[in-house]
Write a protein that binds this ligand. Structure first.
Ligand code: SF4
Length: 217
């Protein structure tokens, strides 16, 4: 399976053993679905990105299957439709890593690179995988804004920068200053649960990206 790695120097190894529970699930999935990606999912997008979008973790049948963040599940349909709408992508999203889609000035990272059971990584797993998130955020020379999709991504970005969570609470649409002045903008995660219930609408999501674009220089 062809998967691009724009930040290859800061990626986890294909068989990263650091989270035993996630590594064990990976082995089960490799046996059950040998055609799936079943490995840490690399960052994907523009290595010269001004905007980093930080998700939670790969979806079982989305990124864990295809190897590209958000690709192949309902959350990805919502995210990529929005990125097209706000002109942060070019090409047609067709739910596979070789569909030719490109991101313009944006890159997608995850708080946790391996699929967790029931989409719920443990606190320890988030903490363990933070070394990759930190390295990848530091590897973006043109970064001007970060969007966190959900509280776990929000908390992990704050911890990357040593900021106290108590004074930077996750609230959809809130903006927090990271060291150096880079804004961290919160959004509800574009999960099917949130979009189907109307907790996150297309308009709300587009507004988050519109606010981030104000920081592009
Ligand atoms: S979640 Fe991150 S740290 Fe844990 S095994 Fe996967 S790549 Fe390694």
């Amino acid at each position: 399976m062809r998967v691009q790695m724009p930040l290859a120097d800061t990626e986890a190894s294909h068989d990263c053993p650091l989270c035993p529970r996630l590594a064990a699930l990976r082995e089960e999935l490799r046996a059950a679905h040998p055609e799936w990606w079943n490995a840490p999912v690399p960052a994907w997008g523009d290595p010269q990105a001004w905007l980093a979008i930080v998700g939670l973790a790969p979806g079982m049948k989305g990124a864990n299957r295809t190897g590209r963040p958000f690709t192949g599940d309902d959350a990805g349909k919502f995210l990529f439709a929005t990125l097209a709408q706000v002109k942060l992508s070019r090409g047609h999203y067709d739910e596979r890593p070789d569909d030719g889609l490109k991101l313009n000035g944006a890159i997608i990272l995850n708080a946790v690179k391996c699929v967790p059971p029931r989409n719920k990584p443990s606190g320890q797993e988030v903490a363990t995988c933070r070394r990759f998130l930190a390295a990848q955020l530091a590897d973006l020379p043109k970064l001007r804004a970060v969007i966190a999709l959900g509280r776990i991504a929000h908390d992990s970005v704050l911890r990357v920068h040593g900021l106290p969570l108590a004074s930077h609470r996750f609230v959809h649409g809130a903006e927090h200053a990271l060291p150096g002045g880079t804004p961290l903008i919160d959004s509800y995660h574009c999960s099917r649960q949130n979009t189907r219930t109307g907790r996150l609408t297309a308009e709300m999501f587009q507004e988050v990206f519109a606010r981030a674009k104000a920081f592009r220089s």
